[in-house]
Design a binder for this molecule. Structure first.
Ligand code: DX5
Ligand code: ZN
Length: 217
């Protein structure tokens, strides 16, 4: 089994001092930084866009895991890549031409992920598994940090893991929402290898210890 990667979500950081907040998790051993992009349409909340990403690109070496929760993501791939994204994840619910969108992202030489809301079935990405680098399973309804993990997602992770093993493809399974040491352990056991954590890391006084507890090592 590959080592588990932890991606702290900047959504739960103090937005008045982003550089410090990023430095804190970088020093604490984070593997990448999860950036939640919300447009007030696909999800009922608004966050930040490419200008903020280019600004923080200068203060850290952490790879940027950009989670697009926006309608018409195809219109904004170029600015997010220019801003410094290392991986861009789009929601299946926002993209009727997913195959084209994933190819477009990969043509820039970065990694492409596809995300499913809790109620969206795995069959929606079945035809795409040979072409994506990562599947992001939402374990809360997207829009806000600090929500409760939806327990049924554990079985969904296990079924996705089976699909991936059967096809013998190299696809990461990222889980996002309500991750704490307890849900992390269950998600890892089911087959997840990247965990997003907002409140569990930024809500803790000791980010290093929080990350260690999530890895379960
Ligand atoms: C939710 C976002 C998550 C969020 C997770 O829409 O996609 O990345 O920041 O926050 P926690 O870990 O607090 O549930
Ligand atoms: Zn996210």
């Amino acid at each position: 089994n590959q080592p588990v990667k932890i991606a702290p979500s900047l959504l739960s950081a103090d937005f008045s001092c982003l550089a410090d907040e990023i430095g804190k998790v970088e020093k604490a051993g984070a593997d990448m930084l999860h950036l939640d992009i919300m447009d007030g349409h696909f999800v009922p909340n608004l966050t930040f866009g490419p200008p903020v990403i280019s600004a923080i690109r200068k203060v850290t070496k952490l790879p940027f895991d950009v989670h697009l929760m926006i309608t018409n993501p195809e219109d904004l791939i170029d600015p997010f890549i220019k801003a410094g994204a290392d991986l861009i994840t789009v929601h299946v619910e926002t993209a009727p031409h997913l195959n084209r969108l994933v190819q477009n992202i990969k043509e820039y030489g970065i990694r492409a992920g596809v995300s499913l809301n809790p109620s969206t079935p795995l069959v929606m990405i079945e035809e795409l598994l040979a072409d994506v680098d990562m599947i992001l399973l939402m374990s809360v309804n997207p829009g806000f940090g600090g929500q409760q993990f939806i327990p049924g997602v554990i079985d969904k992770i296990a079924r996705l893991k089976k699909m991936i093993s059967k096809l013998n493809v190299d696809v990461d399974i990222e889980v996002d929402g309500g991750i704490n040491p307890n849900t992390a352990r269950q998600a890892i056991a089911a087959g997840a290898n990247i965990l997003v954590a907002g409140s569990a890391v930024y809500g803790s006084p000791d980010a290093k210890e929080a990350i260690r507890l999530l890895r379960g090592t």
